[in-house]
Design a protein around this ligand. Structure first.
Ligand code: ADP
Ligand code: MG
Length: 698
């Protein structure tokens, strides 16, 4: 049974189950099977140490550990475990920073191991930090596939021991328990002429590819299926012409008017005014609003969100705003609370770290309807959270939420609330329309007045001295600086090393007590994170060092420099998002991109694009072009385009095929009542049920 809750899978206990749920939105077997790899590593090749080059990517080597030593640092945190590793052609080092006792006890000398990872060259010696490794014997026994999938992961997961290896093992367990005869979900009309793999075979091959060819076939089928069902829903809905009923917000009342006339902190831009009008008339029709609000970073979406919420209040409904991280929710809460300060409208913040007692009060007040506005994270989605009458749900930067997660929010409503999705990721309209034909779009295409365009420069690693001097000058003028390191998806250890090394380097260049440097990363507890953020927000820290993109999604107008380390590791839209964190005040702001001297041509184009334009839409267009076929980077999707496996740009051809088959099917069997299409009808139903009301935004 693929609906079996994930905790019943061999190898998953309560603790792992709750992690899988919160970090990957995996709740049952089915979800785990649909956790698709973001990329694959070719492990058909074995390298000799002698053949390694400074530029080698990930390599796999067979050899033995001949010596092990622990190197102490200034403190426990700097301890390293160093193994001398040889394969007969040469020796290299395997290095673990902050090694666990378990590791120290379990590494064996003089036993053949297969190690896998990225190497770096230092003083003539290659070293591999935090290798993935197993004994040769294990390797030969376990190895199901030489083309190894890399799954999406988070810092928290790998920290708690749910590594790539563990995820692979868990998926293997499902196939062992369930076999691979899963119900077929595509109609015969497609399977036969397109020579598609069966559902079960495709799922198996995508996780354990037996060859490149089978992998391609599996991907083809699964992507096609995903696109087919999206098209099918859309085409069927249009065909049957169902528009969902929604709450008619007829009134513009005191809440809106008082705020608008007495408490607006600045005059709205024309774009903001236009967008609010669009939202207002959309919510007044009696049909449910499904609207995407696009606006570049810094365009001023928050105030639009607030005014929309006030319209809900005017009509006797509650409103909520959901943000993807604790820090963003905090920031929204503080911002909106201060905007509302003079209005006495009760508002609350609900996140994972809200204390029990406070949480209880909030839950009661939401259910009774006393609380009219709540801001929070995915904690809002929990079953315990019940609204009296939720009329509007706003979702900020929705790409961080899983589709299934979101639907929970409005299960209990009789009618679905109006939905407003705010996104800073510009989606070219043509593309959005081809997929989400009936999703309405509002665009804030004008920045608030008085902004100076951000100056962007690209520099190489070696120029750091000059760059630090520049930072000194800016800080001297009273400005603040962000320094961001990439999050290396598959290795939390490497990300952490990058970050801490960078932090130490900065501490040397900007010594205490004159300077304070805040640091935020995934290993911090929420309170610690919050304390560090607060240092920066209050201006007590001049520099904020961070890994993840979203964690810095805060509004500190005094920050004038965004320094991005290893900028080549970021996608264009991420870079643009990061840059948007500065340039919010009246001062001239800068974005400095630091990269290695060696750059791929795509990376170079990305840097050049960033340097040459500040326009999000233009950047999105380049992004789309760059992400054409053959791109080996992990797919980075965002916004409403967040599909599970297909990529709208690369798989544009597939989209056309899917659409043709879907419209043929609806033409011959609009309600899918023909018994031959029972599997399709059921899949569609399930999809709608699982996605709940959320389904109706697309
Ligand atoms: P985003 O669209 O990225 O969410 P915000 O809503 O956070 O942007 O707004 C960015 C900054 O611009 C905030 O400091 C906000 O107060 C300010 N702002 C928004 N609208 C205006 C406006 N019309 N005039 C002046 N400042 C504005
Ligand atoms: Mg925002």
């Amino acid at each position: 049974m693929l609906e079996t809750p994930i905790e019943y899978l061999k190898g998953v206990g309560d603790q792992r189950a709750s992690l899988l749920r919160s970090e990957l939105q995996v709740t049952n077997f089915q979800d785990l099977l649909h956790l698709f790899p973001t990329r694959y590593i070719d492990r058909t090749q074995y390298y000799k140490i002698q053949e390694l080059k400074e530029t080698s990517a990930e390599v796999q080597i067979i050899g033995r550990i001949i010596h092990l030593k622990t190197v102490e640092g200034k403190n426990k945190a700097q301890q390293r475990l160093v193994a001398t590793f040889t394969d007969g052609t040469a020796t290299m080092e395997l290095i673990w920073f902050r090694p666990s006792q378990w590791l120290k006890d379990h590494l064996l000398l003089n036993i053949p191991y297969v190690v896998f990872g990225k190497c770096s060259l230092f003083a003539g010696c290659f070293s591999m930090p935090h290798p993935e490794m197993e004994t040769l014997e294990e390797h030969q026994r376990h190895f199901l596939s030489k083309i190894q999938p890399v799954y999406p992961s988070t810092e928290k997961l790998s920290k708690r021991g749910i590594t790539q290896k563990v995820i692979r093992k868990l998926i293997e367990n499902i196939f062992q328990e369930e076999g691979k005869n899963f119900l077929e979900t595509l109609p015969k009309e497609m399977l036969l002429p397109l020579h598609l793999l069966s559902k079960g075979e495709a799922l198996f091959q995508v996780h354990f590819p037996q060859s490149q060819e089978l992998l391609s076939k599996a991907l083809f089928r699964l992507k096609l299926e995903e696109l087919f069902y999206i098209q099918l829903q859309l085409i069927q809905k249009n065909y049957l012409n169902k528009k969902l009923k929604g709450f008619p917000f007829k009134k513009v009342g005191d809440y809106f008017n008082t705020f608008y006339h007495e408490h607006l902190p600045f005059p709205l831009t024309n774009a903001q005014k236009r967008v609010i009008k669009e939202i207002r008339s959309d919510m007044g029709t009696g049909a449910q609003m499904n609207r995407l609000l696009q606006g570049d970073v810094g365009a001023g979406k928050t105030i639009v969100a607030l005014l929309s919420m006030l319209l809900a209040l005017d009509n006797g409904y509650q409103a909520c705003l959901m943000a993807p991280t604790e820090i963003l929710a905090q920031q929204h809460f503080q911002g909106i609370a201060s905007l509302l300060a003079k209005t006495h409208i009760p508002i609350a913040l609900l996140t994972g770290s809200t204390k029990t007692k406070e949480r209880r009060t909030i839950l009661e007040q939401l259910e009774s309807g006393y609380l009219q506005i709540v801001i929070g994270t995915h904690a809002l989605l929990e079953d315990k959270v019940k609204f009296r009458n939720l009329g509007l749900a706003i979702i900020d930067e929705q790409h961080r939420f899983g589709v299934e997660q979101r639907s929970k929010l409005w299960h209990k409503n009789l009618l679905p609330p109006h939905i407003l999705i705010m996104s800073a990721t510009p989606i070219p309209r043509t593309l959005a329309m081809s997929l989400y034909g009936d999703l309405d779009i509002s665009v804030i295409d004008e920045l608030p007045p008085g902004r100076k365009p951000i100056k962007t420069i690209h520099q190489y690693d070696g120029q750091r001295g000059k760059i630090y001097q520049f930072l000194h000058n800016e800080i001297e003028k009273g400005r603040q600086v962000y320094v961001v390191y990439p999050l290396i998806e598959e290795s939390e250890a490497l990300s952490f090393k990058n970050l801490t090394e960078g932090y130490e380097q900065l501490c040397n260049a900007f010594p205490a007590p004159k300077y304070t440097i805040a640091m935020v990363h995934g290993q911090l507890k929420p309170e610690e994170k919050e304390a560090q953020m607060q240092l920066f927000v209050e201006g007590k820290a001049q520099i904020m060092v961070a890994t993840t993109v979203i964690e810095v999604g805060v509004n500190v107008p005094n920050a004038s420099v965004m320094l991005i380390e290893s900028a080549e590791r970021f996608g264009l839209s991420q870079l643009h998002q990061l840059r948007g964190r500065v340039g919010r005040g009246a001062e001239q702001s800068y974005c400095i991109l630091i990269t290695d001297v060696k750059l791929s041509s795509d990376s170079r184009t990305r840097m050049e694009t960033m340097v040459s334009t500040n326009d999000g839409f233009q950047i999105a267009e380049v992004d789309l072009k760059l992400r054409g076929p053959g791109d080996l980077m992990g797919k980075q999707q965002s916004g409403v385009l967040a599909l599970k496996i297909a990529d709208l740009v690369k798989d544009n051809q597939l989209l056309k095929i899917a659409r043709d088959y879907a419209s043929d099917l609806i033409r011959i069997d609009p309600e899918l009542t023909d018994p031959a299409h029972r599997n399709v009808a059921r899949t569609l139903d399930l999809l709608r049920k699982n996605k709940g009301i959320w389904n109706f935004i697309s």
